[in-house]
Structure formats: structure tokens, C-alpha cells
Design a protein around this ligand. Structure first.
Ligand SMILES: [Zn+2]
Length: 84
């Protein structure tokens, strides 16, 4: 019985982690779905998935928010030049 409880809480933890990663990457629905269906595997998939919020700057390569107008690292205008 204890074993079942352990795995249940483990599974719920994985689901929460997956949703949290999805939230950070701007894709919370995918995080919830993957965590719900795949559990720990979904968490790994979310970790490997592309970050839809943060994109690499075309000038310096640093990860910046996709709605950023000027890159905070190299001061270049990057609006509409970020590729998802
Ligand atoms: Zn930059």
C-alpha cells in the first residue's frame, strides 16, 4: 500500500514539474499533457523541448524574450528578427 502511495505522489510531482517547465517555456498546455500522459518521460521531453518564450539573439546568440525590442546584451534591435 505504501508503495502505491509513493508512486502516486511521485507521479503527481512529475506532473507538477512538467507543468512548471511548460509554464517557464511559454507552453503550459503541452507541459500538462506530457506530464499527465507520460509522467517522468514527459518531464524529460519538456526539458528538451524548445523554449517558446526565450529565443537566441541573431547578433550575439544570447537567449532573450521574444517580445524584446532591443537585445539587453548587445543593444541591437532584434524586433521581428527572432526565429521561433
Ligand atoms: Zn544580442
Amino acid at each position: 500500500m505504501n508503495n502505491v502511495l509513493f508512486w502516486l505522489s511521485f507521479y503527481l510531482l512529475m506532473l507538477a514539474v512538467s507543468i512548471a517547465i511548460g509554464y517557464c517555456k511559454g507552453n503550459m498546455v503541452a507541459g500538462a499533457l506530457l506530464g499527465y500522459v507520460l509522467g517522468p518521460v514527459g518531464v524529460i521531453l519538456m526539458l528538451l523541448s524548445k523554449n517558446r518564450k526565450m529565443l537566441p539573439c541573431p547578433e550575439c546568440g544570447d537567449r532573450i524574450h521574444r517580445h524584446t525590442y532591443i537585445c539587453p546584451h548587445c543593444q541591437q534591435k532584434v524586433l521581428n528578427r527572432l526565429q521561433p
